[in-house]
Ligand binder design. Structure first.
Ligand code: NAP
Length: 251
């Protein structure tokens, strides 16, 4: 059985991805930042789906944590066939870009962009050294191309992940490593819990997503599982929108 390392797998989208991968037959390293209880629950769900789970704490924004995370992930199951860069944070305060702080910008860049960039570098080098084909999936957002002026820092990090995907796809193809970007739309998780009423109105009353419902962590998990099942062998650098059609322009 091959294994997947999923960052931020304790809750929300990451947990949905972890369980979908377990159902697809992969063992899962469940990474989390601070919520050990949620990580243990996610691991139990992975095991109920018939796979093995290993829980590894680690802040993806911290270089030493990233190195330890990769060491412990390889120690757990011997090999990593799939890295899923999912962990990410929203700004603590949604502030207009004319007022937003450098502190928030640095925090988001560190966790959402620098973290996946260098975690991918670490895992890619291990995959190359192992000589076995692997896959890398990065969870960005519709914010990669949608300007929300009250969370510019978040949008910039997600736009950066689109280039991360292109760069690593171009660099790693010769090593048999395909790289994908999965772009969720509005997904029901803790992250969107505080803005539920706003998005209820946008989805159900205004039809901002042609498919008029909230997305779920399972929706995103199924897209990542399709990649894990090797259903896109001749595609790399590809973006998969999981957004109920939000990205469509209509007239
Ligand atoms: P969430 O419910 O807030 O869960 C965040 C997950 O990331 C948790 O497992 C958390 O661990 C982990 N995490 C946070 N900071 C971390 C760090 N520094 N190092 C390692 N893990 C960390 O968020 P979500 O909605 O599932 O979002 C997951 C990803 O999807 C994010 O990249 C987000 O930007 C993206 N996304 C979300 C939506 C949406 O509508 N929800 C839409 C588009 C994209 P703990 O449990 O330990 O805190």
């Amino acid at each position: 059985m091959s294994a997947a390392l999923v960052t931020g797998a304790s809750r929300g989208i990451g947990r949905g991805i972890a369980v979908a991968l377990a159902e697809a037959g992969l063992d899962v390293i469940v990474n989390y930042a601070s919520n050990a209880g949620a990580a243990a629950e996610a691991a139990a769900e992975v095991e109920r789906a018939g796979a093995r789970a290993a829980v590894v704490q680690g802040d993806v924004g911290d270089a030493r944590d990233r190195a330890r995370l990769v060491d412990e992930a390889y120690a757990a199951f011997g090999d990593i066939a799939l890295l899923v860069n999912n962990a990410g944070v929203a700004p603590s305060v949604r502030a207009d870009i004319l007022e937003a702080s450098e502190e928030s910008f640095d925090r988001l860049v560190g966790i959402n962009l620098k973290g996946p960039y260098f975690l991918t570098q670490l895992v890619a080098n291990r995959m190359i050294a192992a000589g076995t084909p692997g896959k890398i999936v990065t969870v960005s957002s519709m914010s990669a191309y949608t300007a929300s002026v009250n969370r510019g820092d978040y949008c910039i990090t997600k736009a950066g992940l689109s280039m991360l995907t292109k760069l690593y796809a171009a660099r790693l193809a010769e090593h048999g490593i395909n790289v994908y970007e999965v772009r969720p739309g509005i997904i029901a998780t803790d992250m969107t819990g505080g803005v539920q009423e706003k998005y209820d109105r946008l989805i159900y009353d205004e039809g901002v997503t042609p498919i008029r419902r909230w997305g779920t962590p399972q929706d995103v998990g199924r897209a990542v599982a399709a990649i894990a099942r090797d259903l896109f062998p001749f595609s790399t650098g590809q973006v998969i929108d999981v957004d109920g059609g939000f990205h469509l322009r209509t007239l």
